[in-house]
Ligand binder design. Structure first.
Ligand SMILES: Nc1ncnc2c1ncn2[C@@H]1O[C@H](COP(=O)(O)OP(=O)(O)OP(=O)(O)O)[C@@H](O)[C@H]1O
Length: 614
């Protein structure tokens, strides 16, 4: 026969729980003060809801013990049993479990905050008098970290006015967190934006009030004075002078604050942390999740009522409200950027100067950022270092190179021929330039290919073409072995004898073909099937160049072969790409050939390049 199940209640080992909180939930023991301040604020909020105009003071006293006294709603003996003595129970939840904090009233919600005090003390004493019944005696609750507690009533004068006093006797190993100076700086850190007055009293009785009105809410004599006050605040908070300040104001989310624009480049993968206050209480100074990833160039300070914290209260809880706030703040920062683009090009340029590399890195993945900033980003072009917008205005067809070397070699010639070329060789640049037509309809972007450049170079006149025919035939014979054509054109600068136009695809195609020839069986078939009709490279000889003019008249076959090899070799070197062994051999041959000819000329005075055939 089966026994009927017997009911038991979980036992909670409080020491284990405190250990869990202190080592895994909270980043530092200092959070104990935040939890105490927060409870005091919530208690005042609760009292003012029923007694508008009730006093709103929080006093932190330091010394051998640390106490936080508030003029809040207070606790009756029944409340003490219900809320203080039951972990996880909170007066800030409605009966149906609905979190009132989410509606904007309280900061606390979980019913575990008080446990943070056990991180620095073994015993917590709470003395409280409910504001609802002023004549009631005070109740004292002593809770210990082993999970035991005692309750007793005290005469009403144990607490001079309704409210609550929480007292801790710090453990020997936690003394540093309760020293007077440390407490003042922690109170300022967490509580400077709290709406209720927070005063820290040191053992000599000197008091410091930590509240301050943030500079974005203060009245300033002039816009300049306001800008200066904000810059000063940014320096004090983040340690830099901002390039500009963006006001953030989202009334529906109960959010106010500012975004400071960083004056120097940052690594976009290191998301900047923002300083977020929830209902005045500092939540985190590293909350990256407040802004979209692309907004890496600002750091914000905000105070918000509608967002929720995680249980550690050190990060924002990721929910739909946070997503909506993030989008709205992103839109605000975009507006700032578009506003700059429209009205303050000088500041926009300073912004781009600092952040363009990071902006380029992100714009590839962020369409919105791309649309907004691509026209303003600087690129190296045949018109110098200009924005794509300026460049596209002058050149409806934008040509972009695949490598820096290709740009260096072709740009001067293409520019002289009236073509607009952008150096696409740097990381991201080619991809980005290709997206310009999405943003700027009517603009065409194409990769620079040899045919485009040659099509824009002036052909040599037919008489010159005819006169050079014999030499060109020899040259075609020589460079044909390298899958290259030879054409005669006239182009600037005259000092350039030859230009080798080649593209990577054509080169790969030739490598593939070469491999197919030298392999057999399966590989030859595979490589053969990959073969496409790729454009050949082109050696463009410059008819305006004096050396080329003379070369065209060479009739001696040996010298013509060497000259063609030398011209090809020189153009090859200018492409700055790695040479294949056959190309190095050609250069070597051409050099020795020219040397031999030069020496031969010396041996037989009167002979020269024009000498008749031997
Ligand atoms: N200073 C105070 N005045 C009045 N009631 C208090 C005070 N401090 C604590 N309490 C009561 O004790 C309960 C538990 O407090 P605790 O700090 O553990 O959790 P919480 O503030 O409700 O939530 P959280 O864990 O999010 O801080 C509170 O809900 C409140 O009812």
């Amino acid at each position: 026969m089966s026994q009927s199940p017997s009911a038991h209640t979980f036992q909670v080992d409080l020491r284990g729980l405190v250990d869990l909180l202190s080592h895994h939930l909270y980043s530092s023991p200092r959070v104990y003060l935040r939890e105490l301040l927060q409870n005091a604020v919530d208690a005042i909020t609760a009292r003012q809801a029923v007694q508008p105009g009730a006093p709103a003071r929080i006093t932190v006293r330091t010394g051998d013990t640390l106490s936080v006294t508030d003029t809040g709603v207070g606790l009756s003996e029944a409340d003490v049993h219900t809320f203080l003595a039951t972990i996880g129970r909170s007066s800030k939840r409605a009966a149906d479990g609905e979190i009132e904090a989410a509606r904007g009233d309280f900061i606390g919600q979980f019913g575990i905050g008080l446990l943070a005090c056990f991180v620095v003390a073994d015993e917590i004493t709470v003395v409280s008098r409910p504001a609802a019944s002023p004549g009631a005696p005070a109740v004292e609750w002593r809770g210990r970290s082993d999970g035991s507690y005692t309750i007793r009533t005290l005469p009403a004068d144990a607490l001079p006015e309704p409210g609550t006093r929480v007292t801790l006797t710090p453990r020997a190993d936690a003394g540093e967190w309760t020293e007077p100076e440390r407490v003042t700086s922690l109170a300022r850190h967490y509580g400077s934006l709290l709406r209720h007055e927070v005063t820290v009293v040191d053992p000599r009785g000197e008091s410091t009030t930590v509240n301050e009105t943030p500079p974005w809410e203060r009245r300033h004599g002039s816009p300049l004075a306001r800008a200066e006050a904000l810059a000063e605040h940014c320096r004090a908070t983040f340690g830099f002078t901002p390039l500009d300040t963006i006001d953030l104001d989202l009334p529906v989310a109960g959010l106010r604050g500012v975004a400071y624009v960083l004056p120097t480049a940052v690594n976009p993968s290191e998301r900047a942390g923002h300083r977020v206050h929830l209902k005045g209480m500092l939540l985190s100074d590293r909350a990256a999740e407040l802004l979209p990833e692309w907004a890496f160039f600002v750091r914000c300070v905000v105070d918000v009522t509608s967002l929720r914290p995680t249980a550690s209260r050190e990060a924002l809880y990721e929910d739909e409200t946070l997503a909506a706030v993030r989008d709205a703040l992103g839109a605000r920062i975009r507006d700032w950027l578009t506003g700059l683009a429209a009205s303050d090009p000088v500041l926009l340029r300073r912004f781009i100067d600092s952040h363009h590399l990071a902006v380029k890195a992100l714009a590839r993945y962020d369409d919105a950022l791309l649309r907004m900033l691509l026209p303003w980003l600087p690129f190296e072009t045949t018109d110098g270092n200009v924005t794509l917008e300026e460049f596209a205005r002058a050149h409806p067809t934008v040509l972009v190179t695949r490598s820096v070397d290709e740009f260096r070699q072709v740009a001067p010639i293409a520019a002289a021929a009236g073509l607009g070329v952008v150096n696409g060789g740097y990381t991201y640049d080619r991809d980005l330039v290709h997206r310009l037509p999405e943003i700027r309809p009517g603009t065409t972007v194409t990769d620079l290919d040899p045919a485009t450049v040659t099509a824009h170079l002036d052909p040599a006149d037919s008489a010159a073409e005819l006169a050079a025919a014999a030499f060109l035939a020899v040259a075609r014979e020589v460079v044909g072995q390298y899958d290259c054509d030879v054409v005669l054109r006239a182009f600037q600068p005259v000092t350039a004898p030859a230009l080798l136009l080649d593209d990577r695809e054509a080169r790969h195609e030739r490598t593939r073909a070469g491999l197919a020839q030298s392999s057999d069986g399966l590989w030859a078939d595979i490589l053969g099937s990959l073969r496409t009709e790729a454009p050949r490279a082109q050696l463009v000889l410059n008819h305006l160049n004096p050396l080329v003019r003379r070369a065209a008249t060479v009739t001696e076959r040996g010298l013509a072969l060497t000259t063609a090899e030398a011209l090809y070799g020189q153009a090859l070197l200018l492409t700055r790409r790695p040479l294949k062994s056959s190309e190095s051999a050609l250069l070597n041959r051409a050099f020795i050939g020219l040397l031999t000819h030069a020496m031969h000329d010396q041996d037989t005075p009167g002979s020269g390049p024009d000498a008749k055939e031997h």
